[in-house]
Design a protein. Sequence first.
Length: 170
Amino acid sequence: MLNLLALLLHTRDRFSPRFYIAAATDNMSLQKARKLEEEGDQALGGATRTMAEFMQIYRSREVGQSYITSVGTTFVATAHALWLMVKIRPQVILCNGPGTCIPLCAIAFIFKVFGIRWSTVFYVESIARVKKLSLSGLLLYKLRMADHIFVQWPHLKTKYPRAHYVGCLM
């Protein structure tokens, strides 16, 4: 995701303001996003042009958490996601999972069902997913919550025909 964001920051004026959202239990992602933004500012000659905010959201399911207990945590995460979506009204949601993206994508999908189309959802599956989609990717694919799903292996495109094969994004 950082490689993809680095490419998008070359056209940072088109994607502004930017909101980086990571799980409250994720200690590294927002730190890496801040560093990416700072490097982008330095590349522009040191002029601070960062129009980015960094936020945390509850994760709907932690790695290894049972599916039964994740129902409650998903409900809490979805309520928090609803508050964020109303607050920031993103035009584009670019996500790669894991459980953090599901509530945001679900809220964007529900808004679309009710005719409120603020967001286009782009989901980028991890390069580590070689044989099948992750749980997040599978949910977004099967429930058609993402507008576009990108995979990095050609046989995943064959297995999931609505996905877009984009090659390796590393």
